[in-house]
Write a protein that binds this ligand. Structure first.
Ligand code: NOJ
Length: 524
């Protein structure tokens, strides 16, 4: 059978699963998860029922930003394993029908990357124009007002060559200059290198940020409270969403689609919905793009359904939305949305897995893993450590609790994990696997139902009028009814047979329990 028949792609309707490799499973006793740990748990992932995995950065890096400061795009970080391990991982995953995505960081490199080292060697060095260099402002000081993600000036003074270089993140992460054609050639080669090895695609870091204003004009202030403004507090008018970026994605799309099966480009698109639509192009740019307005929507029927409606209205016809709610930057939805209440966690999973499009789970979502309070002396994230009193990102990056032991089965007992494990006895994979009433068992049933009923189809979505606090929608042959409230609710009918309830047992006829969601076969 041609798996691409009718324009169908493997990621249509897929469930992808993000693994923060350092926190997944440590097989060599150094306190860090590794690629062999990923291999060791592939059976778990196929049991769970996901279609592909996205590995957080795997390339060599000085780890100022845990792999998002790449020093070699064509290799594997020695802490995580070897290229041979990654090849084996791809093969083992493939044998289980799982695809493997890597994280690609094209906005910046580590200042330890040989390109930057050469660029810093002199103004006429071969790689000078790979980066964004600028003279001081006329009165001295940085060339403009741009701030980095920590809220500090985005320009670092480079004394030996008398210019500033741009860094949108840490000053050890120098922004690449996408106005330099050689940077394009380098990344084409990087894409091909990994695609040739069987990598199924990339999650593209900071996809909105590759190009900056050619005239380096100042950014205006951002609106208070807008999560998309980030730590800089500025509206990234001249540092994000520059029209030239689309040419890069069209180029990469052509490369990706030459492979069989076609490779996936999934953008980290930290933008509002209007800009998000642009990343899909005319079905000739990114095939998928993360939806951050959904991530930051309030966990209410009205809040979530409004973002879903706006998303579906604004994306180009045939484009697949992406539904996700946790990641290594924004923390875990079981905390942010659900306050650790498992009824709400199940409801959130239900919504994530039944909206039309592609679902991306973060490791631990399936057991309702919550953020772990990481005391200041154990924090490992330089970026948020340097940005004042805001909650750091470490809380959402702690080791996967596989079992109830103190190490959570993440590493050998007695080895200090790189981040604290948290209370593994309270919530772990082994216990939940045995418990048919657990979040994990629910999640597995949900993914099986999704695969059977919705897999691969752009299932039309329409809402059914419902009372305040409820969200009822039809998708494919299913109706989903969700009660986002602390009180029982009457359920709008008619609805067909209950296929799944977040509460385990179907609710009494015509009702929904507090925070219960159900999937029914649509009554004809
Ligand atoms: C987004 C990544 O998800 C984040 O972890 C990283 O710090 C920045 N991009 C910079 O690469």
């Amino acid at each position: 059978m041609d798996e691409n028949a009718g324009g169908r792609r493997w990621w249509h309707g897929a469930v992808l699963y993000q693994i923060y490799v350092r926190s997944w499973l440590d097989t060599d006793g150094d306190g860090y998860g590794d690629l062999n740990g990923v291999i060791a748990r592939l059976d778990y992932l196929s049991w769970l029922g996901v279609d592909g995995i996205w590995l957080s950065p795997t390339m060599p890096s000085p780890d100022q930003d845990w792999g998002y400061d790449v020093s070699d795009y064509l290799s594997v970080h020695p802490d995580l394993g070897t290229l041979a391990d990654l090849d084996r991982l791809v093969a083992e995953a493939g044998a289980r029908g799982l695809r493997v995505l890597l994280d690609l960081v094209p906005n910046h490199t580590s200042t330890a990357h040989p390109w930057f080292i050469d660029a810093a060697g002199g103004r006429d060095s071969g790689h000078r124009d790979y980066y964004v260099w600028a003279d001081p402002a006329p009165g001295g000081g940085p060339p403009n007002n741009w701030l980095d993600a920590t809220g500090h000036p985005a320009w670092a003074w480079h004394e030996p060559t008398g210019q500033y270089y741009l860094h949108s993140f840490l000053d050890s992460q120098a922004d690449l200059n996408w106005r330099e054609p050689a940077v394009h050639s380098e990344f084409r080669e990087i894409l091909r290198f990994w695609f040739d090895r069987g990598i199924a695609g990339f999650r593209i870091d900071v996809a909105q940020g590759l190009y900056k204003d050619a005239e380096l004009r100042d950014n205006p202030p951002g609106e208070a409270g807008d999560p998309l403004v980030g730590r800089s507090g500025q509206r990234p008018l001249h540092t994000a969403n520059q029209p030239e970026s689309h040419g890069v994605f069209r180029d990469w799309r052509r490369i990706a689609e030459r492979y069989q099966p076609p490779r996936l480009l999934l953008g980290e698109t930290w933008v509002d919905l209007a800009a998000l639509a642009g990343f899909y192009g005319h079905d000739d740019e990114l095939q998928l793009a993360f939806n951050f307005p959904f991530v930051f929507a309030p966990f209410t029927a009205r809040g979530l359904s409004a973002v879903v409606a706006d998303t579906l209205a604004i994306l180009p016809a045939g484009a697949f939305p992406v539904w996700t709610a946790s990641n290594h930057d924004v923390g875990r939805f079981p905390t942010r949305w659900c306050g650790g209440d498992d009824r709400k966690v199940r409801l959130a999973l239900l919504v994530l897995a039944t909206l039309p499009g592609t679902t991306v789970l973060y490791y631990g979502d399936e057991i309702g893993m919550t953020d772990v309070a990481v005391p200041p002396e154990l924090r490992r994230d330089h970026m948020t450590r340097e940005s004042g009193g805001r909650p750091g990102r470490d809380r959402g990056r702690t080791p996967m609790p596989w079992e109830a032991s103190p190490s959570g089965g993440f590493t050998a007992e007695g080895v200090k994990p790189w981040l604290p494990v948290g209370d593994a006895a309270a919530r772990n994979v082994a216990d939940q696997r045995q418990d048919p009433a657990s979040v994990l068992s629910f999640c597995r049933s949900l993914l099986a139902l999704r695969r059977a009923e919705l897999g691969g189809r752009v299932a039309g979505y329409e809402t059914v009028p419902a009372a305040e606090g409820q969200w009822v929608y039809r998708v494919g042959g299913l109706t989903v009814a969700a009660n986002f409230s602390d009180t029982p609710a009457a359920r709008p009918g008619p609805v067909g047979a209950v296929l799944l309830s977040t509460a385990g047992e179907p609710p009494p006829a015509g009702t929904l329990r507090p925070w219960e969601g159900i999937v029914t076969r649509r009554a004809s």
